[in-house]
Design a protein around this ligand. Structure first.
Ligand SMILES: Cc1ncc(COP(=O)(O)O)c(C=O)c1O
Length: 432
């Protein structure tokens, strides 16, 4: 090439949740059936979309040709009005912007931000945020610690100190309920984070895609409820709760654009950038008010949450009996995270792999890998269970994430017991 055509942040773009799929597909092709525990897609895991939801979508498709057309850049007016009416006058329909899924929203939020401004996020973190923020700044993502020894709650002293001593930080990212930990931020913690933002004149980004996936008696506090007059945005979507990830439908709600001219200008740049693309998907926006206001929807969510809660209890029960790891019981989202205690992993550990072709394949891959990724590859090769290493979530702690999505409870428990046994023999093993 005459010029280097590679974008300066290109090395920061990683997405382990899907990268592991290529390895698992090869293992599968060599004869090992795979239990896909890597991706938070309820549909892929066999969840049935209720007939009444399908009927809503069918009727739109059959009766309303405008669902095949473009929509306004910000999103359908009636859909934005429906959402705004449910926010206690904290914003209007004009403060909502639809995206092609939150993946699109996340990418634009960081890529349209002044290159010199940083958004500090949780560690571990959903990697779309950490990668996009790092790529925007062409530097590693800045993080505050979530503490597995304190129910994965954020270390607010760590957050405050990092903000205090780094004037480049202009925003705080909160993922609530959290992916990958399943932690739901307590109201008081959120209020303290908003207070920090106010003190240092920052904005807040709250990814609330799992806002309605909360269980075990835990209460979800949404950003709009406690933001006061601090500029902020909440990200919401249909992917996880309907579930309809293939709709590519998510939206961002902006709060307090009238309180800060610079924040308002930034939000306008997001709308302008979306305008270049014309608009987001129309059909799911048409269906959104009909699905979310249907009398059957609350019961449907409650039944799903009860199932996730059961899975969360099972993970916690099984993993509590394993030496060398910590697992906090999740209270929201679709995941549980298992962390290896300090010093438990080495680069010599392994487990027996019966299939010789798989053994050869995996053993040529593991050299030089992050210690938790090495464990995950051995788990995959020996058992066919595909989880995601915590190092893929921009994490300082070694571990892995599993989903709570398996619909067959017996299979779910068996998989966990297999993982528990594999951890035991991996940690007890010596050199290959
Ligand atoms: C925290 C979080 N935000 C956003 C997304 C992406 O959502 P979407 O399907 O709307 O792109 C995910 C997907 O797993 C997620 O876990």
């Amino acid at each position: 090439m005459r010029n280097n055509i590679v974008y300066s942040g290109a090395d920061e773009l990683t997405y382990e949740i899907r990268e592991i799929v290529a390895v698992a597909k090869t293992v599968e092709s060599l004869g090992v059936p795979i239990a896909w525990e890597n991706i938070g897609d309820p549909v892929q895991k066999g969840h049935k979309v209720p007939t009444w939801i399908k009927e809503i979508v069918r009727d739109i498709v059959m009766l309303d040709d405008s669902a095949f057309g473009y929509s306004p850049t910000k999103g359908l007016t009636e859909t934005r009005q429906y959402i705004a009416e449910r926010r206690n006058n904290k914003m209007s329909a004009e403060d909502i912007l639809f995206f092609n899924g939150l993946g699109d929203a996340i990418s634009r939020v960081y890529s349209n931000l002044n290159r010199n401004v940083r958004v500090i996020g949780p560690n571990p973190a959903y990697s779309t945020h950490s990668s996009a923020e790092a790529a925007h700044a062409n530097a590693p993502h800045l993080t505050y610690r979530l503490d597995p020894n304190n129910n994965w709650l954020p270390d607010l002293d760590d957050l405050r100190n990092k903000i205090k001593y780094n004037p480049a930080i202009g925003g705080i990212l909160i993922i609530n309920p959290d992916n990958p930990t399943g932690m739901v931020y307590p109201r008081q913690t959120l209020i303290e984070m908003v207070n920090i933002a106010k003190e240092y004149d920052l904005f807040i980004v709250a990814d609330e895609i799992y806002a309605n996936i909360v269980y075990g008696g835990t209460v979800m506090t949404e950003l709009h409820d406690i933001i006061g007059d601090v500029p902020g945005m909440a990200m919401k979507g249909l992917s996880k709760e309907v579930p309809w990830p293939g709709s590519r439908c998510g939206w961002v709600e902006f709060y307090n654009t009238d309180k800060d001219a610079n924040f308002a200008r930034y939000v306008k740049s997001l709308v302008d950038s979306k305008m270049l693309e014309v608009c987001s998907t129309t059909l799911p926006q048409k269906a959104l008010p009909l699905i979310l206001s249907d009398g059957r929807y609350p019961d449907y969510l409650a039944a799903n949450n009860e199932m996730y809660n059961k899975r969360a209890e099972i993970v916690h029960d099984v993993m509590s009996g394993v030496n060398g790891v910590t697992c906090v019981q999740p209270h929201g989202a679709l995941y549980a995270t298992v962390v290896f205690d300090q010093g438990m992993l080495t680069s010599q550990q392994s487990v027996p792999i019966d299939n010789n072709a798989v053994k050869d394949y995996i053993e040529q891959l593991v050299s030089g890998l992050a210690p938790d990724k090495r464990f995950v590859y051995y788990l995959l090769a020996a058992t066919g269970i595909c989880v995601v290493p915590l190092s893929g979530f921009n994490s300082d702690l070694p571990g892995f994430r599993i989903t709570l999505l398996e619909t067959d409870e017996v299979k779910f428990k068996t998989n966990l017991e297999t993982i528990a046994a594999t951890i035991g023999s991996y940690l007890a093993s010596t050199a290959i």
